[in-house]
Design a protein around this ligand. Structure first.
Ligand SMILES: [Zn+2]
Length: 306
């Protein structure tokens, strides 16, 4: 159910069309919560995450069924457009031939991720306010055998990347529709469908063996728990009730270099890793250099509209 409630509001702009419609005009249009819905808005409501049509359930303004709150849902018609706010049914992409997969990589529709960058690159450039302005740290990885052929068990030898979460966040609006084949994966999946909001987690995530995954969450508070830049910086993310609390624990100096500091409240952080226990709550720690980044602020509403 958590996913259904993710569309906190819809844009209301009569006459707007998904194909050819001016996106800036849509973003500037009225935001309507499920409670504010009026029946004459039908057909003119759009998702803030992917800008396709949404409809309100129930369609009648005042009809409540089983005491459930009304919510917005995507339309099947636009299911080919990836959206972080859509209930996830990831579909692995298959390729007919090596040439087709190679072309997808060249056109940046597909990336084979060998690993996330482990160490900070030696060329030390000052971090800027927006990740869009930071240097691309991605490096070429080895040729890798990737099982993404159309036929059962068919693999192609393809160039891979050693990448960073920061690189995935850059151009997020475009990258959300790009297929990524992550380390240890069995399918290439669109970035939007690889992402899990930590607000959807509870402590039961610790009960089963985990594989590293991509997570994101909104920063509630961030503080250095000690006095030095080697001390641990505690960064609390918004979480569900069943989680207790959610804390990213990394050295202060590491966080500062990524612009994660006391002033990061309200920003969204994305990371690749496993969930660990933290006292009565959960969290993440021991992340490598390329495994965590702040999402450029302009993409906040694509991930957590409010
Ligand atoms: Zn959407």
């Amino acid at each position: 159910m958590a996913n259904k409630r993710k569309i906190a509001y819809a844009h209301h702009l009569p006459g707007w069309t998904v194909e050819g419609g001016n996106r800036e005009a849509l973003k500037a249009s009225r935001r309507v919560t499920p409670d504010e819905y009026e029946e004459d808005m039908r057909g003119a409501l759009y998702c803030p995450g992917c800008f396709t049509n949404v409809e309100r359930t129930p369609k009648e303004k005042d009809l409540f069924t089983n005491q459930r709150d009304p919510f917005y849902r995507h339309l099947q018609r636009w299911s080919h457009v990836a959206c972080v706010l859509r209930a996830k049914k990831p579909i692995g992409k298959r390729y007919d031939s090596w040439e087709e997969a190679k072309r997808a990589i060249e056109h940046e529709h597909l990336a084979i991720v060998k690993e996330f960058l482990q160490e900070r690159p030696e060329i030390d450039l000052e971090p800027s306010g927006e990740y869009d302005e930071t240097p691309v740290e991605d490096m070429d990885g080895p040729i890798s055998e990737v099982p993404i052929g159309r036929h059962q068990g068919e693999s192609f030898e393809l160039p891979s990347k050693i990448t960073t979460v920061a690189g995935m966040c850059r151009n997020f609006e475009k990258n959300k529709d790009k297929y990524f084949f992550l380390p240890g994966a069995i399918h290439a999946v669109k970035l939007a469908e690889l992402l899990t909001d930590v607000a959807d987690l509870d402590r039961s995530v610790l009960d089963k063996p985990q594989k590293p995954k991509l997570y994101y969450g909104k920063i509630l508070r961030s503080w250095n728990a000690g006095r030095f830049n080697t001390s641990i910086r505690m960064t609390r993310l918004r979480c569900g009730q069943g989680a207790g609390d959610f804390t990213v624990k990394m050295p202060d100096g590491f966080c500062q270099a990524k612009n994660i500091n006391d002033a990061s409240v309200g920003r969204i952080v994305m990371f690749y890793g496993v969930i660990t226990r933290n006292g009565g709550g959960i969290g993440a720690e021991h992340l490598a250099w390329g495994e965590i980044a702040l999402i450029p602020k302009k993409y906040n509403e694509l991930l957590i509209p409010e």
